[in-house]
Design a protein around this ligand. Structure first.
Ligand code: DGL
Length: 217
């Protein structure tokens, strides 16, 4: 039976692990997180290396996973090179869907909801440079959302105000650039109905995971 490791700071990764289990019912999906240290999105690169690398490594050494899914945009955009250098199994990593968002937008304005660490990372700047040169990228302040979602305390009014604000500024695609926000996807989708598309990477990651698992080791 194929063993898949899924990692995030907290409950965001659980939504990804659930989606993988649903798509690959025959796989053994091992979800691990670092709930004691949520949020990751306000931490430095050094702190993230210290916290996340040993856990990610354990998915290979202790859990004996055949592939590891980094279900955390913050880890991917800040330390993915170190993660890949440390692990010898395939690493599949989630990052903000700037490219599809820019391609889907008709208004030329997209909104990216992500953690502070993701938004200030070099990788994120590179994604914008490569794929979003011709679109306006709004970055609404979601800085405390991951923690609030982890604690199930995010106020629906805060979600509504973000959605209405970016749509008022002409955004027609909203990128969920933090896996914690997958838990409020339906709320966002309902609020934005008929006005903006909501995109998140679960299905794309599952597709990549299946392709990776097919490849000879
Ligand atoms: N769920 C993570 C992400 O995709 C991290 C959230 C956090 O701990 O700040 O970025």
């Amino acid at each position: 039976m194929v063993k898949i490791g899924v990692f995030d700071s907290g409950v965001g990764g659980l939504s990804v692990a659930n989606a993988i289990e649903k798509a690959l019912p025959e796989a053994d999906v091992n979800f691990v997180c670092d709930a004691a240290h949520v949020p990751y999105g306000t931490k430095s690169k050094q702190e993230l290396l210290k916290l996340a690398l040993p856990i990610l490594k354990s998915l290979e050494t202790e859990y004996k996973c055949d592939a590891v899914v980094v279900a955390c945009n913050t880890i991917t955009t800040t330390i993915i090179k170190d993660v890949r250098a440390e692990l010898s199994v395939p690493v599949i990593a989630i990052e903000p869907m700037i490219k599809p968002a820019a391609a889907l937008s008709k208004s030329g304005v997209i909104a990216v909801c992500a953690t502070p660490a993701t938004l200030k990372s070099e990788r994120y700047a590179q994604l914008k440079q490569d794929y979003a040169k011709n679109v306006v990228v709004l970055e609404p302040d979601c800085s405390n959302w991951a923690l609030l979602i982890e604690q199930n305390k995010l106020d629906k009014k805060q979600i509504k105000s973000m959605v209405n604000d970016v749509i008022a500024k002409s955004a027609d695609v909203i990128v969920l650039g933090c896996t914690h926000y997958h838990w409020i996807e339906e709320d966002i989708r309902k609020l934005a109905k008929g006005r903006a598309l909501i995109i998140q990477p679960e299905q794309a990651i599952i597709k990549r995971l299946i392709e990776t698992l097919k490849q000879p080791a």
